[in-house]
Design a protein around this ligand. Sequence first.
Ligand SMILES: Cc1cc2nc3c(=O)[nH]c(=O)nc-3n(C[C@H](O)[C@H](O)[C@H](O)COP(=O)(O)O)c2cc1C
Length: 388
Amino acid sequence: MVVEIKKDIFWVGVIDWEIRNFHGYITPNGSTYNSYLIKDKENVLIDTAKDYMLNELINGISNIINPKDIDYLIVNHVEKDHSGCVDKIVEISGATVITNEKGKESLSYHYDTKGWDFIVVDSGDEISIGNRTLKFIKTPMLHWPDNMVTYCKEEKILFSNDAFGQHIASSERFDYEIGDEVFEYAKEYFANILMPYKMLIPNAINSLKDLEIELICPSHGIIWKEKINEIIKRYLDWSSDKVENKAVIAYDTMYSSTKKMAYAIADGLMEKEVEVKIYRISETPLNVIMREILDAKYVLIGSPTLNQNLYPEVAKFLSYMEGLKPTNKIGVAFGSYGWMEMATEKIKEVFKRLNFEIVDDECLKVKFVPKEEDLKKCYEFGLRLGNI
Ligand SMILES: Cc1cc2nc3c(=O)[nH]c(=O)nc-3n(C[C@H](O)[C@H](O)[C@H](O)COP(=O)(O)O)c2cc1C
């Protein structure tokens, strides 16, 4: 399938309907690797796909031009979901690779690039491809050092690579063809890919402010056309420290004691009209929990003590969460234990490193199975927490 998104500009991407685990990011609805072809005096391919999608990519391009006739291959980002076919495209076409200094260096660690022709661009550089001009803007650490975006001036298209992406496999290509659930996919993508670098996003968006943009073409998911202002606004919100009156309770348990505590605290919070989301960590994709933590005011993590340590699923989640660096949270650690409680201290160590405001209470550690009065204390704690 190819889609002409503007005269002589084509989506030639591939739909990965079956991918379910994208470097640990669980993708129940698959994803796409969006590649774009501009037919002009010089034919330009913008980004590629995972290597196992080469045939589909080549078939798509072949509907428009002979792949041998690609003149320029723009590498906006070297991660292999977009650069996986770069070597084969260069081999087939002899195309000149356009990327920035970091992109060129990173490509050399992925491929034997000796003999490749490169044009190394910097922010603000422009290249004429015939009737059109392409401008490059580096967006370092959004989300790798090599990231950049490409802007087509005459067509007012921003090829944004991972920025504004979403993991959805769909036959639709544009935002107006699917409902507002697209923002949930974009939010999950933001929380799990861009959140650690969110402080860089307002400046990056500012660097685009003088560009007229009619289409944002990301490298995953649908193309933004009618919801451009809304997705930019949401990116700015997600980059800020704004939180909703929402609590995410993520826990795990061996014999349900920690679960009982989680539900009792949740009852208190709900009584105070705090929106509550409860997740058993081992039963939930970590990326879903992080999507909800992104704009939550409260993060409550529960773990039983197991062999003087955290329950392993909770440890795994804490490690993942710490890497994504959520900010401006109130953190609560709770859990059941048998004889020497260790889990909540370990949870609080992570909270401290993330600068969470820790709220503690003696009711948050329960010896073995919580009794009625223990759960009442947890409930009352939830009430107090909901007032903060
Ligand atoms: C294999 C195993 C190891 C445990 N190790 C500890 C421990 O090191 N320290 C402790 O205080 N309790 C330990 N416990 C007791 C549990 O923390 C206790 O049973 C707790 O109530 C379990 O909570 P849960 O039902 O939420 O899983 C252990 C339990 C099991 C099954």
